[in-house]
Write a protein that binds this ligand. Sequence first.
Ligand code: COA
Length: 261
Amino acid sequence: MSDLQNINVSWDGDLAIVTLDRQERLNALNAEVFTELGEAFDSLRYDDQVRGVIVTGAGDKAFVAGADIGELAKMDALSGVQVSRTGQGVFRTIERFPKPVLAAVGGYALGGGCELALACHMRVGSENARFGLPEVGLGIIPGYGGTVRLARLVGLGRAVEMALTGEMIDADAALAMGLITHVVPQEELLARAKEILRKVTKNGPLAVRMVLESIYRGLDTTLVEATGVESTLFGLLASTEDMREGMTAFLEKRKPEFKGR
Ligand code: COA
């Protein structure tokens, strides 16, 4: 990983913590942040020590307050398409990351920040978390996959209302609609995020990877094809040492020691 200016990557055991840190702009996403975010995930992908990733924002005010409006204001039609595609590409990398990615959302997750959280596999919010897609108020639409992912996650009615009104919702409303799965006090956010992610990383890493593969590939295709993919992945896991270890450990009444093979 080269010298990152807007992102800090730290490690806690088998977890990597990716912190977006542009606090003077409430961690807003600009072209440089996207490049660095892509670079960070590319490097974590091949780091065998890393079993899961937390994405969070620096400071207690914002996760990410959206795309950098100063930068967006300079777009024309062609560069606008490129801006959208670049963001979508990086968020797709996160969504299809082979290790679990959890967004720990403290404060504002607006526009691109909400879309970043949506691209992660799981989302936890602090009590002061606020979610919204305010783009329509700026004369644009969410361009980093937000219109698509929000509707899939929380249902059409709620997604349409959020994207059309541009209004923010609080943590409890986000919890009620399934946009986040836990609300925790701000000071406990990171600790709880780690606790939740470790419930995943204690499991067989290949099985975890294949769950993500099956669910996210399944979203892109028909039920018949998706269940076909699930069977193939299920069969593939039957050839692994991890499957033998998991089942032997159960029968021997001990904890499994997964090796990721
Ligand atoms: N892009 C660029 N700069 C941003 C930003 C963004 N998305 N969000 C916040 N900032 C900047 C502000 O301009 C301000 O800069 P300044 O200190 O030079 O004036 C600084 O971050 C602090 O934000 P401020 O607006 O003063 O904080 P606040 O507590 O009054 O309001 C928000 C917080 C999040 C409600 C407000 O900043 C906001 O509405 N931001 C834009 C959200 C948005 O529309 N995102 C989608 C973009 S497509």
